[in-house]
Ligand binder design. Structure first.
Ligand code: ADP
Length: 714
């Protein structure tokens, strides 16, 4: 897979990037929303606190203003009579300082019966045409209707502009009358709802009842003040250091549950919708004021901070950056993963290649670490040592070595690592290995050293050289036996020439005597000579026949004429031939052979027996020779047992070899070619039988051979 294909297939999926982007933007928007709303709430709280401050200031301001009225009331209370001038002096000083007060008044209570008296008194005091008045439908002032009591405005300051209210009966107006009555009943300061002032703005009328100081506590009248609401609020704003343009305010008199009256408003019409409105209740001398305040546009603008917007912008930027970063990471990660995978594949391939090489190597390859622990043991090693790989891997390599290497190997390895004094490493030599079954074998060991991660490993190559060694041995043996054969041949030639020359000497020695016809020896001597010449000739014939037989056998041209032969018959016929020579040596020659049938070449069988019995006679000085027979699963075994010289254990293995005589000199003295047993062996084997010998030096020998019965070999 190419890098491009790989990065498309294996990198982090694209939806992860989208997820990060969407969640980043989402979280940013959420943070923006919350910070906005928190800020809004904080603003509102702050605003609320400021409004409460304003309301508190308003309350205080009203109290201060009412204090003027209470002071005036105290003046009336303390003096038996306050005349118009005294009233003027007191009130004007106050009015000069309180521009919130539209007018201060003295409103006496005039009983119906006292009206005339009262009006007269007023006119007397200089109020021309004074009558108690009330408002008419037409909007003008007319004389007040008759009623049980009147509350005419008697003193008023400032007089200028307020002349018209002098004599105006507050009892003529139901709301004012009700206020006065409440005030009188409770003995406390009371106020009206908003009243329209001549100046156009709204005011409130506040009254403080005045009672006689005697026990009756008769209501004498009220000190009253008309207060300009707008002015009071101006004062409040001023005291609160508030820019009135920042607030929109509406104050309602909400004492009456039916309808509330708007007392003050900084805006025409209702508040702009959607803007936060803080509403507060204020108890103003027996009346309920509802104060609603909302921040103006300029206030909102001033209070708005950039915090949430910063969060929004920073959040969005961060999301974008994060997305971009992840995109880059995604490519980088894919690249790294691609490289790792490539390398891993290459590594796996290289390991597979190494494994294949090691597995298919003909030589055993064994690797060990610096402590001698086997790490690898390839199939060829398994084959050579007979261990399965997992029986060896993890164990010390010395398990594959016989003593003394087994005990010395650990020290050797340690010593080599310290001194670099190598006996095998880097050199290679022939050592001996130990197979699983304990068998030792010669091997050629070559060890190389390599470094893996700074630790040495040793790679040993083992070649089982058992076969080579055997071949070498065989070669040496062949060479030895060739040399031996050569030696034997020389000995044989020596012996042969001697054997041939002896009878020839006899024959040729007699011939000159016999050739002299005129000087022939006596007849008995000639007869003796003829006998000797005959014996010598026979001996020569035997030798030559033996040689011919052997060469025939060895060339493979010897053929057998097989027939059923009765053992006792053949043995008896051979004994008959040899009985004479045995007898001459005083040896008892006996046959215990039974009439067992054999399938053999009669002539060759005789030859075999002549050889064996002849040898027995030859190598026996005294005692007996016995021939036995027995049947042996498909064979007849014939044995020639003598009490002769016997053969040493050392000589036994070689007596069947051709041209071999044990003690050449002594044997020679007894005559013989060293071919007899070799021919015998070959002839027996040609029949399909075997020859064996059992002999003890000085005690005698037992030569046995087997010949198949008829069909025994089939
Ligand atoms: P040879 O013709 O010299 O007898 P053989 O092949 O017949 O040769 O015998 C080989 C050798 O085996 C003899 O030289 C002799 O040393 C030994 N040998 C054979 N038969 C006997 C025996 N019956 N007793 C002792 N030694 C024997």
């Amino acid at each position: 897979m190419s890098y491009q294909e790989y990065t498309v297939k294996r990198r982090t999926p694209a939806w992860v990037i989208w997820l990060i982007l969407v969640s980043g933007v989402g979280l940013t928007l959420l943070a923006f929303y919350f910070s906005m709303s928190w800020e809004k709430k904080a603003q509102q709280l702050l605003f609320q606190q400021r409004v409460e401050g304003i309301v508190a200031t308003l309350n205080k301001e009203l109290a201060i203003n009412i204090e003027v009225l209470l002071g005036l009331n105290a003046l009336f209370q303390s003096s038996r009579h306050v005349d118009r001038e005294e009233f003027g002096i007191y009130t004007l000083s106050k009015l000069a300082r309180y521009d919130t007060i539209h007018a201060l008044e003295w409103v006496p209570r005039i009983a119906a019966g006292d009206r005339e008296q009262h009006e007269l008194q007023a006119r007397k005091e200089g109020l021309e045409n004074y009558v108690i008045t009330q408002g008419s439908r037409a909007g003008t002032m007319v004389s007040a209707d008759e009623r049980a009591e009147y509350f005419p405005v008697y003193y008023v300051e400032p007089l200028t502009g307020n002349e018209i209210v002098i004599g105006y009966d507050l009892a003529s107006n139901p709301s004012r009358l009700s206020m006065l009555k409440q005030s009188a009943a409770s003995g406390e300061v009371r106020a009206t709802s908003g009243i329209q002032l001549i100046q156009g703005d709204l005011g409130i009328l506040i009254a403080v009842p005045l009672f006689s100081r005697d026990a009756e506590g008769e209501l004498l009248g009220f000190t009253a003040g008309v207060y300009r609401i707008a002015r009071i609020l101006q004062q409040v704003f001023k005291l609160s250091h508030i820019d009135p343009s920042e607030f929109n305010m509406k104050i309602w008199d909400s004492t009456s549950t039916d309808q509330s009256q708007l007392l003050f408003s900084t805006v025409d019409g209702p508040f702009a919708p959607g803007i936060y409105v803080h509403t507060s209740q204020l108890r103003v001398v027996g009346r309920n004021w509802t104060i609603s305040v909302t921040p103006s546009a300029s206030y909102i603008n001033r209070e708005v901070t950039v915090g949430p917007w910063l969060i929004l912008i920073a959040g969005l930027l961060l999301s974008l950056l994060l997305t971009q970063y992840v995109r880059i990471l995604r490519y980088r990660e894919a690249k790294v993963r691609y490289l790792v995978e490539q390398r891993t594949q290459a590594l796996a391939l290289s390991e597979r290649t190494t494994n294949t090489i090691l597995d298919s190597a003909v030589s055993a390859v064994i690797t060990i670490d610096k402590l001698g622990t086997v790490q690898r043991f390839n199939p060829a090693a398994e084959k050579i040592f007979g261990y399965a790989s997992d029986e060896v891997v993890g164990n010390n390599v010395k398990m594959l070595m016989p003593e003394p290497y087994h005990s010395e190997h650990d020290d050797y390895l340690r010593n080599y690592q310290q001194t670099r004094d190598a006996k095998i490493i880097g050199i290679g030599r022939e050592v001996s290995g130990r197979r699983k079954d304990g068998a030792l074998f010669p091997m050629l060991l070559a060890v190389g050293e390599a470094k893996v991660d700074s630790d040495p490993i040793y790679v040993g190559t083992v070649l089982d050289i058992t076969l080579q060694k055997e071949a070498e041995r065989a070669l040496i043996n062949a060479k030895n036996s060739a040399e031996r054969a050569n030696r034997q041949k020389s000995e044989f030639l020596n012996m042969m020439s001697h054997e041939l020359r002896t009878p020839l000497t006899v024959i040729l020695g007699y011939l000159p005597i016999l050739k002299k016809a005129d000087a022939l020896p006596p007849a008995e001597m000639i007869a003796q000579m003829a006998t000797d010449i005959d014996a010598s000739g026979q001996h020569l014939l035997t030798l030559i026949n033996d040689l011919l037989d052997l060469s025939k056998i060895e060339s493979g041209s010897m053929s057998l004429v097989l027939e059923v032969v009765v053992a006792s018959d053949v043995v008896d016929s051979v004994i008959a031939k040899l009985a004479k020579s045995a007898k001459e040596k005083g040896i008892e020659l006996t046959s215990k052979v039974t009439g067992l049938a054999m399938y053999a070449d009669r002539f060759r069988l005789q030859q075999i027996l002549i050889n064996l019995i002849g040898n027995a006679i030859k190598f026996t000085q005294q005692g007996s020779i016995t021939i036995e027979s027995k049947e042996k699963s498909g064979f007849v075994e014939l044995s020639v047992i003598d009490t002769g010289s016997g053969i040493s254990d050392d000589d036994l293995p070689v007596i069947f070899e051709k041209f071999r005589q044990i003690d050449s000199s002594s044997t020679r003295s007894l005559g013989g070619s060293g071919l007899g047993l070799a021919i015998t062996k070959q002839l027996v084997e040609l029949h399909g039988g075997e020859v064996s010998v059992d002999s003890e030096l000085g005690k005698g020998s037992r030569f046995s051979f087997t010949i198949p019965t008829k069909g025994g070999s089939e």
